[in-house]
Ligand binder design. Structure first.
Ligand code: PAF
Length: 241
């Protein structure tokens, strides 16, 4: 039985946590490293995506991967891929800012599953909308979620953090601060001039639409930019059942 940890490389402690969790689930852990062109929008520069293959092999192996797999584009897409629709939820929030992004994610995950045939796959809660869409779309592979790994000061780990200067990084902390007070999120975010808000919303985890008075499981989701670097984060609101 195989557990798959799909990644785009530039591995950090957040990925390590996914791989460690995968290893707890089974003996055979495949880590895939593939920068998927389909999930980048026209305005995003795929060439700028950090690529650190040697360090990735070390990090993945140390965390417990039994195979680190760098598929080629042709392996993943031997012919023109038919993209999987991410439906209405795929058009909200991240999907509204990055049209086609989630169709690209579902399409590559589907190909990875077809090739590796895992019985389980591990994804981070950091990309909560991605996790939601994958969990709702793929029913034959057990999707296991791992909580977001944070720096000592609360900043959620992300491959994009390497593009932040020290000043940007300090400004980015407003996101995790705002998540601690969901009812005042927007007000708190507005206190940081270097943070450009995309969205800050409390959603119903069941429907991924804005939470209502009767919503049981709520989550606060935030996205925005600091100095052109897109950052996102989320946290449970209250106590979820
Ligand atoms: O979260 C990511 O790194 C990517 O979106 C994924 C799931 C590996 C698909 O390319």
């Amino acid at each position: 039985m195989t557990v798959l940890v799909p990644t785009m490389g530039a591995l950090h402690k957040g990925h390590q946590a996914l791989i460690k969790r995968a290893r707890e689930l089974d003996k055979e852990v495949v880590v895939s490293i593939f920068v998927n062109p389909l999930q980048f929008t026209e305005t995003e520069d795929i060439e700028k995506y950090p690529r650190t293959p040697e360090a990735d092999i070390q990090i993945a192996t140390l965390a417990g991967a039994t195979q680190v797999w760098f598929p080629t584009y042709e392996e993943i897409y031997p012919s023109q891929p038919i993209q999987i629709s991410a439906g209405q939820v795929g058009e909200r929030y991240e999907g509204a800012s990055r049209p086609g992004h989630f169709a690209g994610v579902l399409t590559v995950v589907n190909r990875l599953f077809e090739i590796v045939k895992p019985n389980k796959a591990v994804f981070g809660e950091k990309d909560f909308q991605q996790l939601w869409l994958i969990s709702n779309h793929f029913k034959k592979v057990k999707i296991v979620a791992v909580p977001t790994v944070r720096e000592f000061d609360g900043l959620a780990l992300s491959s994009r953090n390497v593009r932040l200067t020290q000043a940007d990084r300090a400004a980015a902390l407003i996101i995790s601060k705002a998540l601690k007070e969901p009812s005042r999120m927007k007000e708190i975010l507005a206190t940081e001039p270097a943070f450009k808000l995309d969205y800050a919303e409390i959603i119903d985890e069941k429907t991924f639409s804005p939470a209502s008075a009767t919503t049981q499981n709520k989550r606060a989701i935030i996205a925005g930019w600091v100095n052109g670097v897109r950052l996102l984060d989320n946290a449970v609101v209250g106590t979820n059942s």
